[in-house]
Design a binder for this molecule. Sequence first.
Ligand SMILES: *Cc1c(COP(=O)(O)O)cnc(C)c1O
Length: 380
Amino acid sequence: MEFIDLKEQYKVLKKDIDKNIKTVLENGDYIMGGFVKELEKKLADYVGVKYAITCANGTDALQIALMCYNVKPNDAIFVPSYTFFSTAEVVSILGATPIFIDSDERTFNMNPEKLEKAIKKVIEEKKLTPRGVIAVDLFGLPADYKKIKEITNKYNLFLIEDGAQGFGGSIDNKKACSFGDIATTSFFPAKPLGCYGDGGALFTDDKELYELILSYRVHGKGEFKYDNVRIGLNSRLDTLQAAILLPKLKAFEDYELLDRQKFANMYTEKLKNYVKTPFIEHNYTSSYAQYTILLENEEERDYIKNYLQKEGIPTNIYYPKPLHKQTVYKAYKFNLEDLEVSENFSKCVLSLPMHPYLNGEVVTDICNHIIKALEEFKSE
Ligand SMILES: *Cc1c(COP(=O)(O)O)cnc(C)c1O
């Protein structure tokens, strides 16, 4: 059994993907070719924003977003502690300071009350300048943008949506990657919409930001590539990856997202009386980048994980360490209290196989094994 079955997806989409790859090879437009433009148009339409700009990966997308706001040393950027490393890494790359915010106990996402508390503290301390917030749509569920936007407006901060996992989710039928002043996503193969290598994109409705992003993506270009007006990156999406993403985006829209949600709902129905299953508020939808359950404690979690492994069922722990516990941030003194929810997650989470090519029998089988493992654990 695969944790994410990309080979099965390729079997289904092979004809269209192979055809597109062949077209790129025959046309020789490897960099910024026709498929890149076509993909950017389709991404913007799908998400419901004016501009989508592809780039080399989701980490670069975040860095470019911060560069658009000229983030620099002594700036404070508020990020969740419970996320993939990139979200804070880009802040540190630019010499600014990530301020780690604890998670909401139910949604895994940034806790808005704790965010406001941390902003107030930075203002009082007068050492750093609060500049912006990067909210993450963890495991496919959009963050609480209603509350977060109220806070960023109140304190005059920019808001970046890290939608690397969120692509496809929604709030009140408005799609993820449309909530930040700039939103970003990743096309890393394991993400809800993935390519066959690295890829990423930025989204915005703002024309000025759009033009800045185009510049930062290609060496800070001005009028043309050999006119350099700022320091930028070399961060383009290969035409080959755009060629692969186009049929995948179509499948994502046509049925993959719905199937992910269907299998997630099956898991929830079967497991909700035994473990904490994902909490999705009624006007929200998740793209289920991960289907993550919460066990009572670390011993129970590890027991279930090992039990499933023996049965040939792969699982993963996202994430074994919250960011404030990472070695590189060890010497870090800022705002290290009040992170107990994210610390507890790292001990109790378990992500189950999740992809649109599962089937009902497999999901039932996995759930039965989990229930059996729990019984065994409790009787020991
Ligand atoms: C995967 C991921 C990224 C980084 O994307 P890459 O394409 O791997 O650089 C950033 N943020 C989050 C939350 C992610 O899950």
